[in-house]
Ligand binder design. Sequence first.
Ligand SMILES: [Zn+2]
Length: 250
Amino acid sequence: MPAEECSAAIVLRTRDYSESDRIVTLLTLEAGKLGGIAKGAKQSRRRFERKLEVFSHVMVYFRRRPHGELVFITKAEAGDLPPFDLTDDIGKIALGSYMVELADALSREEAESAQAYRILAASLGAVARHGAGRALRQAFELNLLRWAGYQLEFRRCQVCGRSPENATSFVFIPSHGGIVCQHCRAGASDTFIGLTASSVAALAHLGSVPLEEAVSAPSAGRDAEAALARFMATILDRRLRSVEFLHRFL
Ligand SMILES: [Zn+2]
């Protein structure tokens, strides 16, 4: 029998499999993204001390199966992991749902994802403590995109290197992964989104500070939200279902 492994994990998705079993998708610190089946998850309070539901923060114990895609989850405990308590506020649930869905969409099974776990854990913790906020959402997006290999640039023009202090207006061009000054944009045929100077400054700041600091930082405007959404649409293979729900509260 394969050895039992263990990791801190956050539940991204669940579905009931039978009367008592549950299939869960986890973002783990040690083992990347994992799909697993938890036999008896809905009944055994002994083995599943902390329930396996979306946002659950657990020490998960599992065994890999020789030919199966799903691992066998044998136990889930609280350990000393802080819970993400989002259920007291619908805005928190909306932003948390968006965060787990985006983390799921940007991560792959079998790929290293310790840093994605850390970003998601810090972000859900900040949502639980401080509530849903636009700056926190934007900082999460920028951090997670950077982890996934998309370092978006808001500090200088991607063509000439001019910084925002030396230009009056910028556009965001998804195919450039950052801002381009008005001068360099002339003649470019790529899709672009205009950004105000304050949004450029806010995104540059939010992309470079720890998530806890983002909570109290100025957020970028709707122009920036449109720019980030457009960029993500170019790299994701799916539409995020939680976006519309989120926009009703944020
Ligand atoms: Zn330029």
